[in-house]
Design a binder for this molecule. Structure first.
Ligand code: 5GP
Ligand code: ZN
Length: 123
């Protein structure tokens, strides 16, 4: 069965997935979307999100294992494409905030990917 991905009509990132809020797209496939953060902390700062509305990692289950794995494998590739410097002297930072006390503001699972020469604004 090919059910449409779950979405929340009040969720900012679901609206970005649906094209109702514009974003600067970095990557898109059937399951995932990546776009530049509107308030970047670093010279490179984009978010990778599942198109399905999953609130946080605490809401992911066994059926999301492959999806979360794909996000991890995609991050370094997209980071390089977006201008991350390669090798040990370069590199990138991955951050996933979960829940309010975990620093999560947008309650749709997302992976921050940050890179570029320091200093950064934050992080
Ligand atoms: P959190 O604190 O939930 O981990 O991070 C949410 C991130 O989403 C923040 O870095 C914030 O700048 C970004 N963000 C919030 N609203 C929008 C938006 O409408 N468009 C884009 N591109 N980024 C957003
Ligand atoms: Zn959502």
């Amino acid at each position: 069965m090919n059910q449409p991905a779950a979405h929340d009509p009040d969720c900012i990132f679901c609206k970005i997935v649906a094209g109702k809020i514009p974003s600067r797209k970095v990557y898109e496939d059937q399951e995932l979307l990546a776009f530049h953060d509107i308030n970047p902390w670093a010279p490179v700062h984009f978010l990778i999100i599942p198109k399905e509305h999953i609130e946080s990692m605490a809401h992911a289950g066994a059926r999301h294992e492959a999806l979360l794995g794909r996000m991890m494998v995609l991050a370094p590739r997209l980071a390089l494409e977006a201008g991350c410097n390669p090798g040990t002297a370069g590199g990138f930072r991955v951050l996933v905030n979960n829940g309010r006390e975990g620093g999560q503001e947008v309650l749709h699972l997302h992976m921050h990917v940050m890179a570029g020469p320091r200093p950064w604004k934050r992080g």
